[in-house]
Ligand binder design. Structure first.
Ligand SMILES: [Zn+2]
Length: 226
């Protein structure tokens, strides 16, 4: 039986991703049990913080699910999940402030966020078509198609690379804002950082994963040319 050994390239990325997910879950489970001493709910805290930063026009809503928190730049809306909205836990404040960090990036035209937004439509096409184009190239022994598939996938890799500064910056803003607002004790700040670092790790894992998939495509191309 033919075994495609290039699949071994993607396994470390997969494992790193699973490990990062597990860390997020455990940090979230742990720090959603600790109520902050200030006792302000996540949505009230970020509403105040955004107001202070001159971004009081951001809408704040509750959304279904767990860890589904996100900032939607098109409607300038911050959506907080059920476990975050209404909660004054360390995890809730950290997550809400991180999303508020994205809202601030938008308000202040943070360049990597702008770049990321420009890339979204191209990357959506690239991520859907990269493999089919590449496989068609193998099937028809048409090398140019294989290159097109690889370039399309390289866009996906670039996108997950650009995502990293956006995510790190949002977390940095989150901690700074919460501190400036007096919402955290020193001990609570450590907890917020643990939750946000675990979340950041999932983005690092996505990038490593994408990069290794690109290496896999290149090694298939290389083998095909021999
Ligand atoms: Zn984020």
């Amino acid at each position: 039986m033919y075994f495609d050994s290039t699949i071994l390239w993607v396994i470390p990325g997969l494992l790193l991703g699973l490990w990062a997910q597990a860390r997020v879950k455990s940090a979230y489970a742990k720090y959603s049990k600790y109520t902050t001493r200030a006792g302000v709910t996540a949505e009230n805290a970020v509403a105040r913080l955004l107001q202070q930063q001159g971004a009081g026009d951001v809408a704040i809503q509750q959304t279904n699910g767990t860890l589904t928190d996100h900032y939607d730049p098109s409607s300038n809306t911050l959506r907080l999940s059920q476990g975050v909205y209404g909660s004054s836990s360390i995890a809730a404040l950290g997550i809400a402030a991180h999303e508020a960090g994205h809202a601030l990036q938008k308000a202040q035209n943070y360049p990597f966020l702008a770049l990321r937004s420009i890339m979204v439509p191209v990357v959506n096409i690239g991520s859907n078509l990269a493999w089919p184009i590449f496989l068609a190239g193998i099937l028809f022994s048409f090398e140019a198609l294989m290159y097109v598939g690889i370039i399309a996938f390289a866009m996906v890799v670039l996108f997950s690379l650009v995502t990293l500064p956006v995510e790190f910056d949002a977390s940095r803003r989150a901690v700074a804002m919460l501190n400036a607002g007096g919402f955290l004790t020193q001990e609570e700040e450590t907890g917020v950082k643990k939750v946000l670092n675990a979340a950041a790790l999932t983005y690092v894992a996505s990038f490593v994963s994408a990069l290794l998939q690109l290496v896999r495509l290149l090694s298939i191309l290389n083998r095909h040319r021999d």
